[in-house]
Write a protein that binds this ligand. Structure first.
Ligand SMILES: [Zn+2]
Length: 443
């Protein structure tokens, strides 16, 4: 090699193991990931990296598996401040008697800012590089994510009734349209539309949300078929199942993300299939609220894209997506009656490339390939509880805990180094969290 064939780059990550996600079902050994600016320049053998690149910084990860950053496709970040406040209750009691009154009493811009930062600290620390959020004051969530350099799809809320963010559908949609205009095209932020659920949004605002999505290209995310009660109530009120009603209103499409989808039958699956809508599976929230379970294997066999989310920390109660993957893989086997359902690599795909697909960003997120954005994490497998290593993909799903994440980069910028957050001041954040919990406890 002569000097003129050598390319200058920024960072070289030497990985003992690499799970690139694309190609699927692949574990590579002793690879180098080269980062140039905010993109992956190459994924090559170490010998080829020596020959082709001269870099500013080299990071040796000799006991680590390197993979794309995880994509948490559903949550309510600021609800982390309600973690552990009300447990062991069914969804409607939990919402009516605990969550909605607490939200009425405490939600304001400062609560959203501090709660979102708490959630981001946990997500970054456990391997998530992109999260999808649906909550009040989306402009605050957006600012926090943008300032921290974390990638986020942020939905503005849409409901029939007033909340601290607006008086009703007219105001939500006006503010929401402005929010989309303000943030579309940002490096980190994907603004989106968040009609809360079929039972809280009536036909007219639902159709206006569809029109706004068509005008702007913004995705729609909605809680759908979360409980048996939701389906029964819809049948009683409109004579249709929630999915059928939304299909008639034009809500289902390739830009639509349906969160939960428990309690579904063949007619619901057919509508998802025809529309190209995505499903966001939140198994731990569904288990904890006894909502039911999403038949993931069946959906994947029907060609429906399934991504994964933790839901809010008040119904999980953590935002560790590795823990969620483990639960998803275990539960899928019981639901399908088949131990081969949702194998490890497929579970990892659900939290990476399939999340990217749900966002419409599979061209630049969700796998380690040259040209994609440098959203990368490393998991340290040297601990006794992760030894020995026969198959790192197995460990990522069945043995790992998110706290083993040692490094993370978003847009090529370090977010976690040696297990420490680089851009969030944790001691200062903990003081603010303490102050909120003191006030909430008194209520
Ligand atoms: Zn939710």
């Amino acid at each position: 090699m002569t000097a003129d064939t050598i390319t200058a780059a920024d960072i070289r990550i030497n990985a003992r193991w690499l799970v690139p996600v694309e190609p699927a079902n692949t574990v590579l050994h002793n690879q180098a990931v080269i980062i140039q600016g905010d993109r992956i320049a190459a994924v090559v053998s170490r010998e080829e990296a020596d020959a082709r690149f001269r870099v500013r910084e080299t990071i040796d990860l000799d006991h680590h598996v390197v993979l794309p950053g995880l994509i948490n496709m559903h949550g309510h970040a600021a609800m982390s401040l309600f973690r552990g406040m009300a447990d062991d209750l069914p969804l409607m009691t939990w919402l009516n008697d605990h969550i909605w009154p607490a939200e009425g009493a405490f939600i304001n811009e400062a609560f959203i800012a501090d709660g979102t930062q708490l959630a981001m600290a946990e997500m970054l620390r456990t391997g998530t590089t992109t999260f999808a959020d649906m909550y009040f004051f989306p402009e605050i969530v957006t600012q926090m994510a943008h300032d921290a350099g974390m990638r986020a799809q942020v939905c503005f809320p849409l409901l029939d009734f007033p909340t601290p963010w607006g008086s009703g559908p007219d105001e939500y949609l006006d503010k929401g349209a402005a929010f989309i205009r303000d943030w579309q095209g940002d490096d980190y932020i994907m603004p989106a539309i968040g009609p809360h659920a079929p039972y809280t949004v009536s036909d007219d605002p639902m159709m206006r949300a569809v029109a706004l999505s068509a005008d702007t290209g913004a995705p729609i995310q909605i809680h759908l078929h979360e409980t048996e009660f939701e389906v029964a109530e819809s049948l009683e009120k409109s004579g249709r199942r929630p999915t059928a009603r939304l299909a008639e209103l034009g809500v289902l499409g390739t830009r639509t993300q349906c969160v939960h989808m428990t309690q579904i039958d063949e007619s619901d699956i057919a509508l998802l299939q025809q529309s190209g809508a995505h499903v966001i599976h939140c198994p731990e929230s569904n288990l904890k609220l006894a909502s039911g379970l999403c038949p993931v294997q069946k959906l994947e066999e029907a060609g429906i894209n399934v991504a994964i989310g933790t839901d809010g920390a008040a119904s999980n109660n953590d935002l560790d997506l590795f823990g969620e993957l483990r639960t998803a893989a275990m539960v899928a086997k019981v639901v399908a009656g088949d131990a081969a359902a949702l194998p490890a690599h497929q579970a990892i795909a659900m939290a990476t490339i399939q999340g990217a697909r749900a966002l419409g960003r599979e061209h630049d997120l969700g796998s380690l390939e040259a040209g994609k954005l440098a959203d990368i994490i490393a998991v340290d497998l040297s601990d006794p509880f992760l030894q020995p290593v026969y198959d790192p993909a197995s460990h990522l799903v069945y043995s790992n805990h998110g706290r083993q994440v040692s490094h993370s980069w978003i847009n090529g910028i370090p977010q976690v180094q040696e297990g420490r957050l680089t851009r969030i001041d944790v001691p200062d954040l903990m003081l603010r969290v303490q102050s909120w919990s003191d006030r909430i406890r008194k209520q």
